[in-house]
Design a binder for this molecule. Sequence first.
Ligand code: GDP
Length: 466
Amino acid sequence: MPSEDTIVAISTPVGRGGLGVVRLSGSRAIEIATRLIKLPKIPLETQRAMLGTFSGLESGPALDQVVVTCFRRPHSYTAEDVVEISCHGAPVILRHLVECCCQCGARAAEPGEFTLRAFLNGRIDLAQAEAVRDLIDSQTLYQARVAAQQLEGAVSARLRPHKQVLLDLIARLEAGIDFAEDDVSVLEWEEILARLENIQRDFQKLVESYAYGRVVREGLTLAIVGRPNVGKSSLFNCLLNEERAIVTPIPGTTRDLVTETATLGGIPLRFVDTAGIREALDAVEKIGVERTFQAIADSDLRLLVIDASEPWTEADERLLKKLLPLGRLLVALNKSDLPAALSPAQLASLLNAARGPEAAAPAVVPTSALKGDGIRELKDKLLKAVAPERGLGLEGEFITNLRHRQLLEESLRSLAKAHKAAAEHLPHEMLLLDLYDALRPLDQITGATYADDVLDIIFRTFCVGK
Ligand code: GDP
């Protein structure tokens, strides 16, 4: 499928910068670059930077001094001939250079097309291509590290042995059918079942790891809720100050109520502003209050702040009752530096009494936003609440991609059918159908076989020049 045409794009972000890079890939990349850039020496040496001059198509006065680096196929990002031209980052020059390349026979690249070519030319697999996008989109170093591991092939490496076992099973069963009269060793049912169970166990673990992987990849939203004056803003600032990070909030349902983003152990943490909740006085305010509650319900995690220097109030009770059914909840007993009117033990028994019979009582963390006490513990508890698998290492031990989870679930369903067929000693033909069904979704993760629509979904979320 490698295409013959040569593509070109500006690979650096839009806008002015110290440098801007134009990238060419394809069979004519080197020819086009050497035609447009005046160089002290041709042919270009591979993987060596060379200073040159760009003057446009007519060799008039110089427009820019550039550095040209050439990567000959297959040792390049796309596995084709690639030339990177570093200019000074003036958008007008970068655009002109791209236009000149196009006039010389290149074509403007589609979003993600460089990475698509790397994939089509077999240099990376699908999971790795997706990791490129995650790496570019990462907001914290932890996210980048996870994406980089996946870019190195961690996901595929994790799935490969299982795929191998499935292929081996398929091959043996096929052989057993095709050469029934010959002396082909066919596996015992027990052995088939054991192998399937082994794969099922591991896939199940991976599917479950997505709960954590999703948080790593997308970050989480935290709603801080409490009566006025209990110290919500102060706690919010404490959480923000320690690991302040300027990151763009990910669009979502709660976006217009999201105030700031910090990082918590390398995970982006978005705060939902809940200042709007109080007893609504009129219809308009009521809508605002409802929206705030919706945002609180949509958050990944809720933090109820209680003032330890005051007795428990009806308003606290009302808030607690509203929050309990919504899911993950933590309670901060703030102002613990003041003489206590409410002890942690009293609060714990109040929480215990309020919870439903099936739910566990939310954890209580005594804090003092004023003194900074308990903030570490609070952060730890917040992380534990969303990421119980925090102990996981990096190498493909969790999946961060919803598409991967869905495909693993699909594979698991077929594995369950195969297991049933084997347990009932059904004919091998039946078992084979299920095994093929179990294999196909794995191919869609690692990319051994693929459908055009899957490729489309993956690569259209890229930006141009990647
Ligand atoms: P909010 O209305 O819930 O956001 O509460 P604020 O964060 O604005 O705090 C209300 C008041 O309580 C402010 O005067 C804070 O300085 C004070 N405050 C907040 N946290 C503490 C704390 O842990 N200890 C003490 N002593 N005062 C606090």
